[in-house]
Design a protein around this ligand. Structure first.
Ligand code: ADP
Length: 527
């Protein structure tokens, strides 16, 4: 009796505490399981259960050959709201976890047969909870618990659900991937300078731009060495300023890189931010690099264009107003003077120059707004070109040599093609001050009509050829030897592109130029 009371007391002692799970464990009818009533449980089982119930770490126990289950309050949330709890208490392992049994049974067997404890980190073990099969991550260890015979009597699982950590890590990882994708798509270089070592980490694109090796860390001075000399000091100063105590840390500078390997030039805009600790010392300095070569060149050309355009507009206006003043005087003093027709002619020439310039400017605006509409008709392009040369060369100063087709009917916008021809022939004349011969060839095959305008003038530097059809581009933008806005070829190229055609040039400095364009022969644009 005494002994019985003693055992009673002792097993009650071991099942004390443990919150909800403690209460459920105490109230459970264990006699219906193979373990029988708790007063018959072995000391090792009671001690283990006591540890489990009173631990704040999630713990779980499989005991005996049927792997009967115990767990504590800390483990309980992992069971979810409408899942296995509280049925799992006292249940056989195989009945409780059918969905993961093939994964965990071998681990249990390994431990039960006296093998090593297991360790699994952030392992995905989907479990059924909250009315669905959920992806749950765990870090856990299975270890044996010996019974009175000194053999493994059960498997203790100490575990931690790491679903949230794994998800945060995955979110971070996908945010990182998205960022990398955005950097890739935006064609950006990235850099992260260590202010202490003055070495930086950069992405491959940045290293390609500078012509630097693909080393993980690169000395800042190597990058500075790849900048054009005139920019180095300015960039060094801007970096020092951004990292200086008391600075707001912002960094923004435009400079030119000259690739250390192939010498290619690239204008880049670097933007970044330096971060400071509580004592005002810089601890991080990172940012991006953007290739602004095209935008920068366009801006430079735009600025040049404005000065060229003002100059170009001013010349005929000054002339025009001078002619008008003289005419006003003559009308009052000598209206029958033979100078009147001469100044009227002069005024009219300057006026048509102005109209021409304004036309070009208006055309550019139209192109930019996508309003360059075509009015497609069928006409003879050879006839158009002949008319055009007569117009342009009223005094027969230039010798036009026609080659190829003597007649060629095409589908195109007459006025626009006329504009292209005026521009090409006008340029051939303008840029051939000492040669009067201009050859014009019209050819065709089944698909395309091609027109070439060949002059024997000053020619063009091959390096400049790729930009020739760009907006505001002039080969010799500062020399005022030849007047012009740098718009004619841009407009011509847009007109030809709108006709689904191609435009190009072959040229040699001093050997003249051959400008050509080809447009489709078919009438698809007219339909
Ligand atoms: P512009 O009004 O300056 O002539 P264009 O767009 O017609 O403008 O031409 C762009 C530049 O291309 C010119 O500034 C000139 O340097 C060069 N160019 C065009 N045609 C010729 C040519 N036939 N020979 C030499 N250079 C040419």
């Amino acid at each position: 009796m005494n002994t019985a009371t003693g055992t009673q007391t002792s097993h009650n002692n071991y099942l004390q505490g443990g919150g909800e799970m403690g209460q459920l464990t105490r109230e459970f009818d264990w006699s219906k399981t193979v373990l029988g009533s708790p007063n018959n449980w072995s000391q090792s089982l009671l001690t283990t259960i006591s540890i489990i119930l009173n631990s704040r770490f999630p713990m779980f126990l499989w005991w005996g050959p049927e792997l009967i289950q115990f767990y504590n309050d800390a483990y309980r949330p992992s069971m979810g709201q409408n899942g296995k709890h509280p049925k799992a208490l006292g249940q056989r392992g195989a009945d409780c976890w059918p969905e993961i049994w093939p994964v965990i049974k071998p681990l249990i067997d390994q431990v039960m047969s006296g093998g090593e404890s297991t360790w699994s980190e952030n392992q995905l073990i989907p479990i059924y909870r909250n009315n669905k099969l959920e992806d749950v991550y765990w870090t856990f260890s299975y270890s044996k618990v010996l019974d009175e015979t000194g053999n493994p009597g059960g498997v203790l699982v100490i575990c931690n659900e790491t679903t949230q950590q794994v998800q945060s890590f995955n979110n971070l990882e996908s945010a990182k991937n998205e960022l990398e994708f955005a950097i890739e798509a935006a064609d950006l270089g990235t850099w992260d300078l260590n202010p202490k070592t003055l070495k930086f980490i950069g992405n491959d694109r940045l290293k390609d731009w500078f012509g630097l090796p693909y080393d993980t860390e690169i000395a800042l001075e190597s990058a500075v060495a790849a900048m054009v000399e005139e920019d180095r000091e300015r960039v060094n100063e801007t970096i020092a300023k951004a990292m200086a105590k008391g600075s707001d840390g912002s960094y923004n500078v435009i400079y030119t890189i000259q690739n250390l390997k192939d010498g290619a030039r690239r204008i880049v805009e670097a933007k970044g931010r330096a971060l400071f600790d509580s004592e005002g010392n810089v601890y991080q300095f990172s940012g991006i690099l953007q290739d602004v070569t095209e935008a920068f060149q366009l801006q430079v050309r735009k600025d040049e264009f404005i000065s060229v355009a003002s100059h170009e507009l001013k010349t005929p206006i000054t002339s025009l107003s001078a002619s008008m003043q003289i005419l006003q005087k003559l009308v009052k003093t000598d209206p029958a003077s033979d100078k009147v027709p001469m100044f009227v002619n002069k005024a009219s020439n300057n006026l048509s120059k102005l109209v021409h310039l304004l036309d070009d400017l208006l055309n550019v605006t139209k192109i930019q707004q996508g309003q360059l509409a075509l009015n497609i008709n069928r006409f003879d392009i050879v006839e158009l070109i002949r008319d055009c040369t007569e117009h342009i060369n009223p005094t027969n100063d230039y010798e036009f040599v026609f080659m190829g087709d003597e007649e060629l009917m095409i589908y195109a916008d007459y006025r626009r093609i006329d504009q292209v021809m005026i521009n090409l022939i006008g340029n051939a004349i303008k840029y051939s001050p000492s040669s009067k011969r201009i050859e014009i060839t019209v050819m065709h095959d089944d698909e395309r009509a091609t027109v070439c305008v060949r002059d024997f003038g000053i020619g063009i530097n091959p390096q400049k050829l790729p930009h020739l059809f760009d907006r505001y581009y002039r080969v010799d933008s500062f020399g005022h030897q030849f007047s012009g806005l740098g718009l004619g070829l841009y407009i011509s190229s847009e007109i030809i592109t709108r006709h689904n055609g191609k435009i190009g040039v072959d040229s040699e400095v001093g050997g003249g130029s051959n400008f050509w364009f080809s447009i489709p022969m078919d009438d698809t644009l007219a339909l």
